[in-house]
Design a protein around this ligand. Structure first.
Ligand code: PEP
Ligand code: MG
Length: 764
């Protein structure tokens, strides 16, 4: 794949073009004139440069009225007289939709509204661009022409550059009279509130750090172009050096991504990228504004690329720009230093990047669009960083340094919270830290009911980072280690050596506690970027898990070889995902046996005990639990998949995933049969689906006689406290009664029962 950022380069267009215009804007801003005179000069210059008949600037007032502040071409009397609401006219349309509009016949648009005082009758073409800063629409830039032709792509690009510059100038207050500037300030600092998707529980309050470094703190234009050019060159050199150092140190998740970093280095040294930055500085912009604009241009161009590999490279370019911004701001180029307890806000975030932040003690995460199963979420969970996703509107409105409060259990996010909200969050945080202290005191106690029935509480993991939680939570083993994360987080298939090194580190970190390694559940929806192959219509039911492993035995054999080698003589637990038939288990065991024979013959003694478990995730396997148990050493119910197939409700589709409650009597009686049949087949039966973190699900599974429960580290303390308050025999009889009653969910009945029985239910 040969592609460099230079290929998407910024091509200087025919004169006069944005470069001349930026120079002119800079001169206007440098002149000692009153705000209105500056505005008038600005609109005149823009109209001349874009060769349009009209250029106007509308500014948004705090009462959401858009007021004409300056115009070249419309009736001058209309300035400060023409005012319209956000739902009025084309200007209102642009502000409301936060979207550009480019029309050849403005009057034909349904939103058009005629304003006689402006004298706009002769103008047909209309270009409206929102002036946006920190996610707030501050106004609208309008360009109009008599000719009925609309505006060309170059003209639109030029006008957009101007709108970005205007946004900075307007928010900086330099263009407006004092009162108007204060109004803009107020707009930018309103309290905001949203409820997003809860991803990692926990309460956090702190100052906002935007992943996208903010433009506010820097000037738009360079004071001295030659000096600015030098400053840019120094910053680029320093970023390049930091990338070199990073490669030398190989700071990565699995110590296996040198190749990835090499690609990153190619970008850092790319001549096209450096040239485009220099061009902007030579045109008069400050180095920071140049970085922002080049980054924006890259983003726009890359969004049009359909190849996922190339699109991924956009993250590299974004990352480089951020490093450059930090360097220009006086920070070290590589580390991501943030104030302790800061809350990071980002539209999206890569796992490696999050790890770089975590070293500097982040307090929480607010992301725009990241699912609970994304890599960033997995890392955040491992770091126990409270996290909420799906609140893009908050991110757009936030500025670095703003106060923010989030509750990762409920999804609530408050930006610039008022005093009452701060007090409520302080109370929540206090309650939570008291609960955490209680869980800590219980960590060496067993998970045993009041009448002496013990459950093995295990931990789910997938990263080395997770392993520290074994000690913290007192979990006795890892009941599900999702090995596919190493395959999915890296950018190429991990070699046998990479896998072996990783598993050995995991086992070392477990210090003798068993780790149930689930063989890679990849394919279909869990695809890495480097994996090719046709998209399937129903990926969840597709070519994944054990199905793929059996068709590609090389992949599975490599992993088994790595696991056996990593274990040495220590016990080894292997768990097979997405099993459909007993025959598949036999085939998988035969592959494992081949590797055991090979190891004994060529390497040395085998692990002292190799246990093979089967995950019960498909109804056909569930129905055959007794036969599965006869083939396996243990069973583990993967309730995430099992519930989606039981209810025929895709776990990734919000509209259906929460439609059916796993606490329904039908699903619970299905589970009861699996547990009973599995145990009668001679195997211990565990549950490792995420639902087990729901205390009511744990109560149900406990009543159904489950042997093991494997849950996220954060759920272990609360569940143990609850289990220790339960009387098993009473609970078992109560649940049996509820199941026979029927209905769609036993949630309410279970809550009522738990309250009556004095069971300690963890707080939400
Ligand atoms: C499950 O399906 O419940 C499970 C544990 O596997 P995963 O969530 O990784 O598919
Ligand atoms: Mg599964």
């Amino acid at each position: 794949m040969s592609w460099t950022p230079g290929d998407t380069g910024f091509t200087p267009r025919g004169a006069p073009g944005p470069r001349t215009l930026i120079r002119r804007l800079r001169e206007i801003m440098a002149a000692e004139t009153a705000p209105q005179a500056r505005l008038d000069a600005l609109v005149k210059s823009i109209a001349t440069n874009i060769v349009a008949d009209v250029c106007s600037i509308y500014v948004r007032r705090t009462d959401d009225v858009l007021e004409l502040f300056a115009t070249e071409g419309l009736n001058p009397e209309a300035v400060h007289a023409t005012r319209m609401t956000m739902s009025e006219g084309l200007v209102g349309w642009v502000a409301r939709h936060r979207q550009m509009i480019n029309l050849s016949d403005a009057k034909a648009h349904e939103a058009f509204s005629y304003r006689a005082e402006t004298g706009e009758d002769p103008y047909n073409s209309f270009l409206g661009i929102p002036i946006i800063r920190s996610g707030q629409v501050l106004g609208v830039l309008v360009i109009q022409s008599v000719a009925q032709k609309g505006f060309s792509e170059d003209e639109v690009d030029g006008a957009q550059t101007v709108a970005t510059v205007l946004a900075e100038i307007v928010s900086g207050g330099e263009l407006l009279e004092e009162q108007d500037a204060q109004d803009v300030e107020a707009l930018l600092h309103k309290p905001e509130h949203a409820v997003g998707t809860p991803i990692v529980p926990g309460v956090a309050m702190g100052k906002v750090v935007l992943r996208e470094p903010e433009a506010k703190a820097h000037p738009t234009f360079a004071k001295d172009v030659a000096a600015e050019r030098l400053r840019l060159a120094d910053a680029i050199a320093s970023v390049q050096k930091s990338v070199d150092d990073m490669i030398a140190a190989d700071r990565s998740l699995f110590g296996a991504s040198k190749e990835v970093l090499e690609v990153f280095r190619l970008f850092a040294y790319d001549k096209g990228w450096v040239r485009r930055l220099e061009e902007k500085v030579l045109a008069g912009l400050s180095a920071e504004t140049a970085v922002e604009q080049v980054q924006e241009e890259n983003r726009k161009r890359m969004q049009r690329v359909s190849d996922p590999y190339l699109r991924e490279r956009l993250h590299d370019l974004d990352d480089l720009s951020r490093r450059l911004m930090r360097t220009l701001g006086g920070e070290a180029g590589d580390g991501i230093a943030v104030p302790a307890g800061a809350i990071l806000l980002a539209d999206s975030l890569g796992p490696v990047e999050l790890l770089e932040y975590s070293a500097s003690a982040l307090g929480g995460l607010v992301l725009g669009d990241v699912s609970a199963t994304s890599h960033a979420a997995i890392v955040a969970r491992a770091l126990e960083l409270p996290m909420v996703s799906g609140v893009r509107e908050i991110i757009e409105k936030a500025a670095t340094g703003d106060e923010i409060a989030l509750d990762g259990a409920t999804g609530e996010v408050h930006l610039r919270p008022p005093g009452t909200v701060i007090t409520a969050f302080e109370d929540k945080a206090q309650l939570r830290s008291r609960a955490l202290a209680r869980y800590d005191a219980l960590k060496d106690e067993p998970a045993v009911t009041k009448d002496g029935v013990a459950v093995d509480l295990q931990m789910n993991a997938g990263l080395l980072l997770d392993m520290a939680h074994l000690e913290e939570t007192g979990a006795k083993s890892v009941g599900l280690f999702r090995t596919e994360l190493q395959f999915l987080l890296g950018r190429s298939l991990p070699s046998k050596a990479d896998q072996e090194a990783f598993y050995a580190q995991v086992l070392d970190a477990a210090e003798g506690r068993p780790v149930y390694f689930r063989t890679a559940d990849i394919g279909s929806d869990k695809r890495a970027n480097y994996m090719r192959g046709p998209r399937e219509a129903n990926p969840a039911m597709g070519w994944r898990g054990l199905r793929m492993s059996l068709d590609r035995p090389g992949l599975m054999r490599t992993q088994i070889r790595a696991l056996i080698a990593a274990a040495g003589t220590r016990p080894l637990h292997i768990m097979l995902p997405l099993v459909t038939t007993v025959e598949e288990v036999r085939l998988a065991k035969a592959e494992i046996q081949k590797e055991m024979d090979r190891h004994e013959k060529h390497v040395g003694p085998l692990p002292e005990d190799i246990q093979i478990g089967v995950m019960i995730e498909i109804p056909s396997a569930a129905w055959d639990a007794r036969a599965m148990a006869a083939e396996a050493d243990f069973l583990s119910i993967g309730g995430n998949d099992l519930a989606q197939f039981f209810f025929a409700a895709d776990r990734e589709t919000d509209e259906v995933s929460s439609r059916y409650d796993p606490l329904s009597p039908t699903f619970l009686s299905f589970l009861e049969r699996i547990i009973r049949e599995g145990q009668q087949g001679g195997a211990k039966v565990g549950y490792c689906g995420e639902q087990a973190a729901d205390p009511l699900m744990t109560l149900s599974l406990l009543a159904l006689g489950i042997d093991r429960l494997s849950v996220a580290a954060s759920a272990i303390g609360p569940l143990k406290e609850m289990i220790r308050s339960v009387s098993f025999h009473e609970l078992r009889d109560a649940l049996a009664g509820m199941i026979t009653k029927g209905g769609t969910s036993l949630r309410e009945d279970l809550i009522i029962y738990a309250r009556q029985a004095g069971i300690v239910l963890p707080m939400g």
